[in-house]
Write a protein that binds this ligand. Structure first.
Ligand code: MRU
Length: 381
């Protein structure tokens, strides 16, 4: 297959605006987000002054991706506390904004617990709000550190599985700096390979219907100066058949106790293709994405998104038309099946890479041992 043109050049920051930041202007604290629905057309800030604005930003995918949802949820609790809102009410609204990524409730509950403990100890809401903010900042920082460590472990695994080097990696959805306190999950591994001169090509699935791959991963890959090529999701089969994929690297929204992996819809078909073509299928996720409280894949709640995301084509540049704000492409009234995620069974996953190292084969016992090693407190614990 002819090599596509390489997008190369000096490495730039993924965005001039960080995915998320806390600010304290004189009018009161705010949470500032890069509105990911507008990238790459423009880099626009979204300023949240209360948790309900953040809930809306989460639902609309202005802020998205499992690790970032956890960080956002924690800051959302801190924001509610700092602005004198009902913290418990805000926490439940944030936690319920999207159901699949376990990181969201991990982040919310961590900040909420810090708030509650400080309030009990001091009786002072201001001190409790400060404790919630400190918890959010700590989670943000830990995620950056986890991202760096996942990149090291992931690259070591790639080098072990593909000793020839010159990796051609297929990825799905968006897993870079836009979803993380650091450089991301799966994308951080590809970036590490690129920096070491061992990435031959990043194949980027466009990721229908919301195009996180075409809009966000291609944007991050271009700005990182890596060789990348965009493909429609349904072109992946012919790419495998042509022998052009050495490994699949994806992130995860929730990994159940048995190792089932919920990730962006379209991940499961890639796992099936990878198995058929004897290609490693590697999931890269921080420990905050492991959920020992969910026993198996069937127990994972998969978010269903509105049908207009499928029946319309939408992009920042497309003029307002149909009920969802995009251009209607299917006949009016067409029903759509639009799950945001799918679940890949553990037997199709070659390895799960975390900041504590890789698990392969992926079994309930191996994951439990990893969690114990990291002394992670389960969400409900
Ligand atoms: C590191 S991100 C892992 C997942 O959160 C990512 O692959 C994904 O599925 C994101 O989905 P999204 O619906 O854009 O929030």
């Amino acid at each position: 297959m002819a090599d596509q043109q390489a997008q190369t050049g000096g490495e730039k920051r993924p965005s001039e605006i960080p995915a998320i930041r806390w600010e304290e202007p004189p009018e009161g604290p705010v949470l500032v987000l890069l509105d990911q629905t507008r990238v790459p057309a423009e880099e626009v800030e979204l300023v949240c002054t209360d948790a309900s604005a953040l809930v809306e930003a989460i639902r609309s995918l202005a802020v998205r991706g499992a690790p970032l949802l956890g960080i956002a949820g924690a800051y959302g609790v801190a924001l509610a506390a700092a602005r004198g809102f009902d913290v418990v009410e805000a926490a439940r609204a944030l936690e319920g904004a999207r159901p699949t990524a376990v990181n969201l409730s991990v982040g919310v509950r961590r900040a909420e617990a810090a708030y509650g403990a400080a309030l009990t100890r001091t009786g002072d809401p201001t001190a409790a709000a400060a404790a919630a903010l400190a918890a959010a900042r700590a989670l943000h920082q830990e995620d950056a550190e986890a991202s760096a460590r996942m990149a090291v472990h992931g690259l070591a695994l790639l080098d072990e599985l593909l000793p020839g080097g010159g990796h051609r990696i297929l990825t799905h959805c968006n897993t870079g700096a836009l979803v993380s306190g650091g450089e991301g999950t799966a994308f951080a591994v590809a970036l590490a390979a690129h920096r070491e001169g061992r990435l031959r090509r990043l194949w980027v699935d466009e990721t229908r219907p919301l195009l996180q791959g075409a809009r966000l991963t291609a944007y991050e890959a271009a700005r990182s100066g890596m060789a990348y090529t965009l493909l429609t999701d349904n072109a992946a089969g012919s790419l495998f058949a042509a022998g052009e994929v050495d490994a699949v690297l994806i992130g995860a929204d929730r990994i159940a106790a048995d190792g089932s992996v919920a990730n962006k819809v379209g991940s499961y078909p890639l796992a099936v293709l990878a198995r058929y073509h004897h290609v490693p299928f590697i999931v890269v996720a921080p420990l905050t994405t492991l959920d020992p409280a969910t026993p198996d894949g069937a127990s994972i709640e998969v978010e269903q998104r509105p049908g207009f995301e499928v029946t319309e084509i939408s992009a920042p540049q497309v003029p307002f038309a149909g009920p969802g704000g995009g251009v209607q492409v299917a006949p009016l009234g067409t029903q759509a099946y639009n799950p945001a995620f799918d679940v890949t069974p553990p037997e199709l996953v070659t390895a799960v890479v975390t900041e504590e190292g890789a698990v392969s084969p992926v079994t309930a016992e191996a994951l439990a041992e990893l969690c114990a090693r990291a002394r992670r407190v389960p969400v409900d614990g």
